[in-house]
Every structure is written in C-alpha cells, then in structure tokens.
Design a binder for this molecule. Structure first.
Ligand code: AMP
Length: 223
C-alpha cells in the first residue's frame, strides 16, 4: 500500500502517519524529519537547507526529489510506505509519479486531512517536541504531566524553530500557494479522500481507516 498524507502544516500528518505505519506495518517517510536530521548533523545538504526550513520556505524541488528518490529506493519501502510532507508542490508530485511509473508502481490513496486555519495556528504555536525522543505535545490540548519535560523519556521539550507565530503564518501561506493545488491534482487522478482532521486523534485515525477500506473496496471491485 502506497499512501500520501496531504494537509497543511499542523494538520496531524505526523501523528496519523505513525498510527498508519503501525497498523499497516509499513514505514512512514517524513521529508521534514529527514531535513531536520540533516540540519542537526550539519551535513552539506543540511547547511544548504537550514535557512529555508527555519524561515518556513520550501526547499527547492530538485533537492527534495533527489533526496526522496534515494530514500524511496531503499528496500524497507518495497512493501509500501506512508509519505508525510511529500510531495509538497506539483513538480514534486509529477517527479514522484514519474519515478513510480518507471517501476510499474503508483499511489494507492492520498488522504487529505482537513483542519481550519484557526485551529492550525493554535496547534502549531502550542506544539512542543521532545528533543530526545521526538514525542509531540500541545500546550493547549495535550500538555506534558510536568511542564517542559517529556512524559515518555524525561527529555527536554522544545519548540520547533519554525513554530513561532510569524513563521507559522508564512508556512500556511506557502502551503496554500504551493501544496493546496495538489488536492485537484490527485482528485483528477481519482485517488483523493478527504478526512476531517479536527476531531480527536482516534476519530481522525478511524476516518482514515474507513477511507482506505472504501478505496480498497472500490479498486478491488473494479479489478
Ligand atoms: P514539516 O515537518 O513537514 O512541517 O517540514 C518542515 C520544513 O521542511 C518545511 O517548512 C520546509 O521548509 C521543509 N520541507 C519538508 N518537506 C518538504 C518538501 N516536500 N518540499 C520542500 N520543503 C520541504
């Protein structure tokens, strides 16, 4: 099963990606996580993208495509994958389609997680991430038991450099301009499902499960 999670920053792609990955036993691939790791390790690529990621701008398509084509070719993704944060523009989607077609593969389903702009702003500015294990919290909706400390491992909770309000607004504008057109792109290819992302995490996961089942049923019946 090859899935794409599409949605604005803060729509819950990361959380739902982890749930899907566990349930379907396929890896989740997050371009944001890959880029943040490159930045933290101070690699040449990390140094080139650091300023862009910090400001909330997109990394150029050719760099992301090169990075992702390398990742997608790794053997652990042969049974399938969940993509979180990629593609993020029409040229990236076209590049991905080309890469898959060359291997007689295609995307099974694109899950668009819908959350209003107001809720997105609240979620992202309140987001805190454990610097040690990556567990995600929200000061408004899912605070840690002890302020500033991770419930899972006791690590220090930090705000992502791109989660301050000005950068969050910028990221939402970037999403509208570059990424939202992918909704029509995948809708016209009949692989799009829209899921309400404002419900509680378990309910959103259930909506995603239903969308996958109904898409498998439709495709199965047509085969
Ligand atoms: P995320 O964790 O998905 O919100 O991504 C964090 C940042 O990484 C984004 O604001 C971009 O700067 C960069 N990024 C992640 N994925 C992509 C992508 N597919 N194309 C371009 N830039 C990306």
């Amino acid at each position: 099963m090859r899935l794409i999670l599409l949605g604005a920053p803060g729509s819950g792609k990361g959380t739902q990606g982890e749930i899907l990955s566990r349930e379907l036993a396929i890896p989740v691939v997050s371009t944001g996580d890959i880029l943040r790791r490159e930045i933290a390790a101070g690699t040449p690529l990390g140094k080139r993208v650091q300023a862009l990621v910090g400001k909330g701008d997109l990394v150029p398509d050719d760099m992301v495509l090169e990075l992702m084509e390398r990742r997608l070719a790794e053997p652990d993704l042969e049974p399938g994958f969940v993509l979180d944060g990629f593609p993020r523009s029409i040229p990236q989607a076209e590049g991905l389609d080309r890469w898959l077609a060359e291997r007689n593969q295609s995307i099974d389903l694109v899950l668009k997680i819908h959350v209003s702009k107001k809720a997105l702003l609240q979620r992202m500015t309140g987001r805190r991430v454990c610097a040690n294990c990556g567990a995600v919290y929200n000061l408004a909706t899912k605070p840690p038991a002890v302020e500033g400390k991770c419930d899972v491992c006791g690590g220090v909770l930090a705000q992502r450099v791109d989660d301050d309000e000005a950068t969050v607004r910028r990221r939402l504008n970037v999403y509208e301009a570059a990424t939202a057109p992918l909704i029509d792109y995948y809708d016209s290819r009949k692989v799009l499902a829209i899921v309400d992302g404002e419900a509680e995490v378990g309910e959103v996961a259930e909506g995603i499960r239903r969308a996958i089942e109904s898409a498998s049923g439709i495709r199965g019946a047509g085969e």
